[in-house]
Structures are given as C-alpha cells and as structure tokens.
Design a protein around this ligand. Sequence first.
Ligand code: AMP
Ligand code: MG
Length: 339
Amino acid sequence: MATEAQTLSRKRQRRLEEFIAPFRVAPGTKVTLAKDFDPAFKGGLNKKKEGVALLDEGVQLLAEYQARLAAQDTWGVLLALQALDAAGKDGTIRHVMSGVNPQGVAVHSFKVPSSEELDHDYLWRYARRLPARGEIGIFNRSHYEEVLVVRVHPDLLDRQKLPPRTKKGDIWKRRYRDINEWERHLTDNGFRVVKIFLNLSREEQRTRFLRRIDLPDHNWKFSSADVAERGHWDEYQKAFSEMLSHTSTEWAPWYVIPADRKWFARISAACVLVKALIDIDPRYPTVTKKQRDALQEIKRTLEAQAPKGAAPDPFEASGEAPAAHEHEHAATGGNGHPG
Ligand code: AMP
Ligand code: MG
C-alpha cells in the first residue's frame, strides 16, 4: 500500500505535470515566439496568493529532492536559464533556490567571454562549469548565448578566432547540432539538462527598465547596453524562435515560461525543476546487510572505549532516538564513506 507521502507526491506530481505542459516546446516543432507563446499567460492561477502557496510547496519539494540527489551522488542537474534583459533571471534563481542547501547548488553567470575563453572552442567555458554528480548547477545565461547574442552581433563571432573554413555554410545549424549532441552526451552520462526561457513582452521590458531608472536602489541594475540590445528586439525574437525550434529535444526540451508576472515565472520555473527531479527520483543510499554488520562491529569497538562512568552508548541508554540527520549519516556512512 502506498504511504500517505507517496500518494500525496503522486497527486502533486500530476498537478505539476499539467501545470507545466503548456510551456514545453515539443521537439521538432517550428516555433514563432510572438505567435506561439504569450508572455502574460497565467494559466490556471488567477491570484498571486494561490501562486505564493504553490511556490512555497515547490521550494519545499526542491529542498527534499536536492537532499536526496546529493546523498545518492549519481545524477547531476544542469539548469540553463535564458531570457531577454529584465526578464527576471536573478530573482527567479533567488526565489526558486531559497530553500535548498547551498552546498548542493552552484550558480554560474556567463558574461562577455574573456580572452582565455576566446582561445578555446565555444563550449569550453560552459563545460568547465558543469555540475558534479549530486549537484544542481545553474547557468545564468548559458551556452545558448552562442546562438543568440553571437548571432545577433556578427562581430562577436569574428572575435571567436575561428578558422575561416569553419565559418562556411550554415554555422548556426551546426551549432544547434553540436549543442544537441553535447546535451545528449551529458544526459546519457547522468546529467539531466533542464532549459528554461523566460519570455518577456516588449512593453513589460520597457516598464521594468523605467523602474530601474526611477528607483535609486535599482539604478545599478540598469545598463545603457540593455537599451541598445532592446533596439535589436526583432532580431532577438527571431534568434530565440530559431533556437527553440532547433534545440528542443526529447532528452532536453525547452520550457518557455511567461515572464510578464514575476511571481508566475518563479512558480513555473520551480515546477519545471521539480519535475526533472521527480523524473530522476533520487533515493538515499540503502545499507546492505554486510555494511550493517560492519557498523555493528565498529559500534562494539566504540562502546568498549567508554570512559569509566559513561554510558557505552548514550543513545541506547537514554532510549532517545538520534536526530533524523544522524540517521542519514549512518546510512551514507555505510556507503563506504565513514565519518
Ligand atoms: P549581464 O547578464 O547583465 O551581467 O550581462 C552579461 C552580458 O554578457 C550580456 O550583455 C550578454 O549578452 C553578454 N554575453 C554573455 N555570453 C556571451 C557570449 N558568449 N558572447 C558575447 N557576449 C556574451
Ligand atoms: Mg544586464
């Protein structure tokens, strides 16, 4: 019989799946961003209040799953976050990851490449920042910049020092293929790639830029470069549409999340990440009979070392169960990593 927790999680799971289904880009479909995805969509949720409760639930679930992912130490998760300026990447990361153990998460922000980075192939700098097994890695901007900003600004491609003949033909199609194959390789080796695009409307971006100018505390976030990029709006929309059309795969599909409402974007991103973890279903390592016997042997040795007057095993003496986290230590300790 399913325990209450399992039943609950199956119910939650179904709700989650239904909630994120409209955001998933079906592999092989041709996407036209403006026509296919509405930045103001808030499907299912009418009030921010409902959303806040759901976000709390999502954050709590993430914390649970992340602890198990780390303990199992087998799978890693890479979350690639892409968006236009002011779409809310930073706030999404802050809120979604608010409940997880910082030891299990690494966030990397990718900016204009350094000269060392330009001296390597274009995926090198991203590969160096991949999560380890048991970790969640977040890319704040990602390898997808290589088919976005670099596509919109051809001078950036020139700076990449590519041999001329590697630029012949359709370099973007080749990059989509490279990226798809790279992500397939990662997936096949135990690294789940989760891709989120925060889809902001042009008018909402304008409003958010004005807010950054009007509120002194927000001035630091405003960069005149962002306004210059806004001038390339249509080219970006086209580059995003092409990226979504060519790189949403069965092993690493894109999720296009409506970002005009920050609270809705945060919930949706949390749900997409939780869903990936549910699919992985990480478990705490179990202890074999042999490992249990070995632990008992060690226990006897430790008990024999009790100083005069001390209980050989204070937990047994008090009849008090050790705290939950000590149970976990015992379980992982049996996995070949004592202490
Ligand atoms: P921000 O995220 O506001 O700190 O800005 C980072 C800047 O780095 C943005 O303007 C990006 O377009 C730019 N950037 C990120 N990746 C690349 C790349 N591969 N090539 C050129 N510029 C990039
Ligand atoms: Mg910026």
